[in-house]
Design a binder for this molecule. Sequence first.
Ligand code: AP5
Length: 229
Amino acid sequence: MASSPVIVILMGPPGAGKGTQAKRLAERLGVPHVASGDIFRWHVRQDTELGRLAKPYMDRGDLVPDDVTIAMVIDRLRQPDCAHGALLDGFPRTVPQAQALDERLAEFGWCVGLVPFIRVNEEVLIRRLAGRWICRKCGAVYHSEFRPPSRPGVCDVCGGPLYQREDDKPETAKRRLQVYFERTLPVLVYYERQGLLVEIDGEQDIDEVHQALWRAVVMAVGTPATAEA
Ligand code: AP5
């Protein structure tokens, strides 16, 4: 059994299924799911200073500047619930973010254990973003075609109302994909050079993707001490 903190970074383009997989994988690993996009959306909803700064970038499909993003995620990783590690989703997305993360983890005496990259082709990504619905209360993710809720507009898990993200509108979604190819692909190269990148076929069904991710994690870091029995 591994006892050192587990840091897993889930990577993939917008719509690849990071959020869908991260919730379940983090639960099974027994570590928190740290999603930079979710933290930004929380700040936007609360109308904080950070939310007001991030909103115009998010609305355009651009990245929020590195300095504020790095500070926000590192601050999250310092919280007590991350003492045994974390599953990162949406961060890092630029090479400077990846370098800053490595530096901070080294200060804690930690390192990245694995970077699974969920690969999905562009046509499928656009369909997934266009049909995505999210629960306003618990954050569960649905798809009108691939994973419909039992009752349209209502969350199966908590009964909360479902909504569609503003940045999933076709023009903004296309911009997000363009930004991903320009700014985030170099991060994959960064981790590939460190021997940490593992490619997962994201076009399988949701359970198969989960099983492939779990096998990759166990192979790389062993069964974490925090994992579910
Ligand atoms: P963020 O929230 O991180 O969005 P993203 O990376 O664009 O990823 P998504 O949430 O769109 O997709 P996902 O991969 O989680 O897919 P999902 O599981 O929902 O970022 C939003 C914005 O915040 C950014 O644009 C930026 O402005 C800012 N930001 C965030 N982090 C930042 C950073 N580090 N630096 C700077 N700025 C940052 O799945 C999609 C759909 O497909 C769902 O409907 C789901 O049900 C369905 N689905 C999933 N898997 C499958 C499957 N296997 N088969 C069929 N359907 C599936």
